[in-house]
Write a protein that binds this ligand. Sequence first.
Ligand code: NAD
Ligand code: HSO
Length: 901
Amino acid sequence: MLVPKITTPVQALQGPIGLLPAVLCADGATAAAAIDGGCAAAVWAPAASAEAARALLDAGAAVAVLDAAAAGAGGMDASGIDASRIALRYAPDGDGDGDGDDGAQGVARALEAARADGVARAGAVVLELTAAQLAAATAAAAGGERSALAGLARAAEARVLDGSGPVRVLVGLRGGAAWTLGALAAVAAAGADAVVAGDQLGAAGLPLAEAFIAASGLASDRADGLLTTAVVDEQGVCLGVVYSNAESLAAALAAGQGVYWSRKRGLWRKGLTSGATQTLLGVAADCDGDVLCFRVRQAGAGFCHRGTRTCFGPAAGLARLAQTVAERRARAPEGSYTRRLFGDAALLRAKLLEEAAELADAAAPADVAFEAADLLYFAMVKCAAHGVSLADVERSLDRKHLRVTRRPGNAKPQFSSAPALPAVATTASALDTTSVLDTSVPSSSVPRTSIPRTSILNPAIRPARPGEPIRMRVFAAADLSPAERAALLQRPIVDSAEIMRRVRPIVDAVRANGDAAVLELTEKFDRVRLAQTVVRAPFDVPALPAPVRAAIDQAYANVRAFHAAQLEPPTRVETMPGVTCTRFSRAIERVGLYVPGGTAVLPSSALMLGVPAQVAGCREIVLATPPRADGSIVPEVLYVAHKVGATAIVKAGGAQAIAAMAYGTESVPKVDKICGPGNQYVTAAKMLAQNDTAAMVAIDMPAGPSELLVIADATSNPAYVASDLLSQAEHGPDSQVVLLAVDLSAAQLAAIEAEVHAQAERLPRVDVVRQSIPKSFCLQVASLRDALAFSNAYAPEHLILHNDRAADCVADVVNAGSVFVGPYSPESCGDYASGTNHTLPTYGFSRMYSGVSTATFLKHITSQELTRDGLANIGPTVMALAEVEELEAHRNAVAIRLADI
Ligand SMILES: NC(=O)c1ccc[n+]([C@@H]2O[C@H](COP(=O)([O-])OP(=O)(O)OC[C@H]3O[C@@H](n4cnc5c(N)ncnc54)[C@H](O)[C@@H]3O)[C@@H](O)[C@H]2O)c1
Ligand SMILES: N[C@H](CO)Cc1c[nH]c[nH+]1
C-alpha cells in the first residue's frame, strides 16, 4: 500500500492524496489538523508519549506511531490500547561507519529489535531507512538473501514477528531520499507498505496513480491488462463492476470523480452524458492486489445504465430510507407526512421522543425491530432537515469507534432515576466541570440571582430581567453528549414555515399591485404614509457633521482599496496550438442593495454593498432602505448612496422592498441581483424571489442575524473579550455570540463573565443584550485544537482569535465568514472601516458561502478562438466524442470545415 507522509499544509489532503486509504502525518499536530479537517483516509499519528497517543486515538487517529527507543523497551504504559492501534518506529543508524547497523544488516537489526521490544504491544513497525539501506535491502531481497527486506517479507508473510499477533511493516525513506516506482514495487513484493513524502507524489515527483499501483502490488489477471474495479457507495454497497488502468486511475484521482476504462471506448468519465456522475471518495486495492475498489458518492438515478442504483437492483434498508428522505426533502409531494415533518420542527421533536420511549419500552424482538425502524425513520428526517446524510452519521459512528477512552455512559438525570445535580455550583472545582444542566454558574463579581435551569436539548431560555446577571450559559465540552454538541452547533430556532407564511402574501401583493402595495405595507410596518417610494439620483445630500463625513470618507477609501484590489485580469490559456480559451468578467448590470434600518440605522451596510457594486461597474445601483418616521432617508445613507453612484433609492424595507426590486413596480426598477443583510422577513423574501423563475433574480446569500465566536485562552484580556462579544450581541435579540474558553480556570472565566455583565449594564441597548446574551453560550474546551474543531463545525459569521499566537491559527480555520486576528483586531473595525466587507454569511452558511465581495457583482463569461490550424488540431477529438454521443450535427460542424482545410 502507498502511505503518503503529510507535512503541512494538511489542505493537501483535500486533493488526490486524501483519496488514498491511509496517510502518515509528520507529527501529532499535523495529524490533529488532518482529523479535524475531515480527512477521509486513516490517519497514522506520531505521538511522543502514551498519553499523547491516547488523545490522538480518541480524537480519531487510526494508529499512534511511537518512537521505539522511548516506547519499545517497556517504558510506556499503553495498557488498554489495542495492539493494532500502536506502531513502533525504528530508524537504523545507517551512518556508514560499518558498525553493522548500516545497509541491509541495519534493517535486519531493526526487525530483531522490534522482536526484542515485544511487538506484541504493537500492530505495526515503521522502518525509516536511508536510500542506501533500502537499496541494500532491496538488492538482498532480490538476490534471495536471508536478510533485510527478505526477512521483512518472511515476517509479513507469516504476519507475526513474535508469534503473538499480526504485524504490518511500513518502510519510509529519510534524509530526503527519493522513491522510484521500482523500489515501491520491491517493497510491495516483500509484503510491506511504502511511506512516501507527500511532496514526492504528483506533479513534481512520482505520478500518483502509478505509484499507488506499484506500492499496492496491483497487477491485472486479465489478458487486456485492465484492473477489475469494484465500485461501492458510501455505505460500502457494491454499485457495479468496471475496469481501470493507470491512465483512467490518474484521471479519476485528478478529477476526484469516477473515471474508468471502457473496454469498448477507452477513457470513460462516468455520467458525462447521463448526469449520473460520481464523486470519488477513496480508492483501495484488495488483499491480493488484483482488484481495485472505488468508493463514490453517486449522483442521479443510480450507477446502472438501466436507471437503478446498483447493477444488482435498487437500494434497500437504511440506504433506501436515506435516499427517500433526501428526495422528499428536495421535493416532497404536497400533503405528504414527511413534508409536514420538515415544516414542523416541534412535531418532529415530539415524534422522536415518542418513538425513543416506545423503543425503550419494547420487549418482544419483533416489537423492538418495529420500534427501532420507526425511530430510525424520524432520525433520518431530523438528519435530512439539518443537511446531515447517512454517510455523515456513519462517519460519526466510525470516529467514535476509534476512541480508546470510554465514557462511563451514565444517563443524564432527567432520563434516569438518579438524583439531579445540584442547582448551583459553589466551589471553583465545581465551576470547572459545569454540567450542561447547570446554567447558574456564579462568579465572584456577577450577582447571584437564580436564573432558570435549562438543558441544551430542551432550552427554555428567557431574557435576563433588570437586576439579574447578564450571562451566557456555560457548558463543558467534555460533558457533552453528541446530541448536545450538535444542538450547540445549531442557531436559535427560526420557524421558517411561519415566516414564509407571513412573507408570501407581502410578496404577492407587491407583484400584483406594485407601488400601491409598497406604500400600503410601508404604512403598516414602518408606520409612515409616503406619497412616493422612489428617489432618483442626483440626490439632495444634506450637510453632515465634519467628523462623520471624514469617517465615512476614510471608510469608503479603505473599503474601496480592498475591493478594487479584488478585480482580476482575464484568464487566457492556449490549451492546444491554435486553440485559445478565455474567461473574463462583466458587471451585473442592475443590482439592488438592501440596507437594513429596522432596529439600527446602518449606513455602513450601504458602504459595504455600494462600494463593491461601484468597483465592479454595475450600471444601475438601486438601494432600498426603510424610511424614518418622518418619511425621510437617513442622511448618512444618502451621502453613501451619492458616493457609490447609486441611481435610485427605494424608501421601503422588509419583504416589500425585496419584492419591489425583484419584480419591479411602476416606479421601482427591476434588478438582476439583490444583495444585503436584513431580518428574517428580508431573508425569506430574498429566498422566495430567488426561487421564482418569473422574478429572474439572483441573491448574494442568506445573511441573517449577526453572530460571533471568540476563542480565548489564559492570555486573553477579559475586558477585550467581553467587549467583542457584546459588540455583536447588541445587534438584535436573535444575535448569538459564542465564547470558546480554552483551558481557562474558574477565576479566568469568572473575570470574563463579570466584564460581560458590567459592560452590558452600561450599554444603551442593554435591553437587546438581555435577550441575546442568555441565548448565547460559553463552551469550556481543553485545547486550542478542540476550540478550532468546534469553531469550524459551528461555521461562525465572525471569528475572533484572542488566544496566544493567534496568527498561527488562521491556517486551521476552515469555516468562517471573516477572521479577526489578535487582541487589537476588534470586530467593529471590520464592520465599519478596515476594508473587508461586513455582509457575511450567518447561520452556518459560511461552510459554503463567502461574504460579499467585488465578485458578488460580477459574472464570468468564457470565450474561445480557434485558428485554422487550431481547428485542424482539435477537430478529430471533437468528432470522435460527437460520434460516441451519436450527435451527427455536432460532428458535421467540424467535419465540414476540416474538409475545406
Ligand atoms: N449578516 C450581515 O452581514 C449583517 C449585516 C448588518 C445587519 N445584519 C442583521 O440585519 C438585521 C437587520 O434587521 P432589522 O429588523 O433591524 O432591519 P431590516 O431593515 O432588516 O428590517 C426592517 C423591516 O422589517 C419589516 N418588518 C418588521 N416587522 C415585520 C412583521 N411583523 N412582518 C413583516 N415585516 C416586518 C419592516 O418592513 C421593516 O421595514 C439584524 O438581524 C442584523 O443583525 C446582518
Ligand atoms: N456586524 C454586522 C454584521 O456583520 C454589521 C454591522 C453594521 N453596523 C455595525 N455592524
